[in-house]
Write a new protein. Sequence first.
Lengths: 193, 399
Amino acid sequence: MYVEQRVHSSPDSINAGVITACQEGDREAFRLLFEAYKDRVFSIACYSLGNEAAADDITQQIFVKLFTRIGQFRGDSEFSTWLYRLVINSCLDERRKQKRFLPVEDFTPMPVQRKSPETKYERREIAGSVREAIGGLKPKMRLPILLKYIEGLSYEEIAAVLGCSKGTVASRLNRAHKALAKKLSYLRGELEL
Amino acid sequence: MFAKHVSSLTSAYCHDELSPDESRRVAEHLISCERCRGEFEEVKFGARLAAQLPLIEAPDSQWRGIEIALDRKGRPAPTPTRRRLTSFFVQPRFAVAALALGVLVIGFAAFWLRPNSKPVGATWDVARLDGAPRIGSALINDKSKLGVGQWLETDTNSRAQISVSDIGHVEIDPNTRVRLVETNPTEHRLELAEGRLSARISAPPKLFFVDTPSGVAEDLGCAYSLEVDKAGNSLLRVTTGWVSLQLKDRASVVPAGAACATRPGVGPGTPYFEDASETFRAALSKLDSADDSRPADRASLKIVLASARVRDTLTLWNLLPRVTGPDRELVYDRLAKLVRPPDGVTREGVLKLNQQMLDTWKDQLESRWDDNLSPGLLNAWRRTWARGLGKLNGLEGKK
């Protein structure tokens, strides 16, 4: 999976002690938590909302919400599962709000310049096309893709975050993969497989 | 053999999410079923495309925004109302009405809240209270603006009031010169070159600062006055809350009812309660005027110690790191006589300025510094501002 890991802090560095400290209101511990998850949360928000400014706002709101609600985390599930549920719900709420004022059919992807099939694609150009294509998927298909490829969650974890069965996750990912393949079929020869 | 196709399992197969038996069945099926193999190739390509999705780096400014939001969390939040409104709006039968109402609300809000929606701190509102105060060369009317870098000046007959963004007010007394140095969501800073101002701030600690020629006054959630004379000496008097005064590595945290003088190049003196005796204050002033070229005067120290009341342990505690050797022993002995140190705080540790012991003792002393505050109330206040106050030893903090 192609992700840029931050060296100074990662979700792996967040242990029970850090979470307990956050629950006790320790701002330094919360900073660690923020550093570990900020890019992941921001990425999901970006891909979900299709707008970096809105993603910036919602990411801040999510972490403020997290700080005030982290006391409710009882350890019944993985912390990341609990966090991503909060992230997904916040992004869905935000999209609903946006839809009330913007009569768009669905997601408006971030503009990415489309290249002709003849162009030799650089990796980031492929990423841009993928980003645009994923932005055009319906949320039901987009969210499992983000949780799988941005967060690296297993099917079981994705199911826990989305509140559905593992079979449903498999089915939605299947459809999403096919949709991506169809939309970006012109990249078939460009992507080194 | 082809009775059960496996196309619905291909993603799970790609991600190794199937049991060994299922995985084997899919593999065997793919060898012999052209249709499923075609779908598998499609899914595999889609999966490889999705794997190109990059992680997007969050903006650097995020943490600052979160900290500000958390610090302000104590203020009345509109969330419950908004949630109720949201649930109202999402009911389909109210959708049209909700949309219309929403447009009206937004229109009114945009109109009435116009001043607040301006970029935070680009300018501060200033109002004339008396006489003819000026911003630069322009006279101030009832609604003027003070921009970053601009000087506000009052003469002998004029006064003005500044609105410090949305966190409080500062009254500018006659014969005063102040300049707006900085204003943004994380820092509001004035420079007081000369004269007197009174600030009343309702905001998290470490948000409002006043630079003077002899140090920086850092608001810890409070009301206070600050005056600067022509030589650059300043006097801070706190009426509620706490204020920190700092110059380089020297600092004093001053509670309500107390005052603290500062001198250019020397920094904050020792804080004292304003109801201390004249004798005490005069002797303390002499002590504070000591510097490298003029060592502390033992006679003045003895007067301070002899005339100290329980409440004056504020001063004695702050004196501990400011004196050395036998003088520190004298201060400790008098302090211990006025308020016995708590368990775990030893003479040896305090004389070596063990920070943990100093803090523990200070926690105990604080309840004796304000007759109007019960320990419970004081603790509640301290909890509220605990983070901003940080270490209350007066030796650390933002400069």
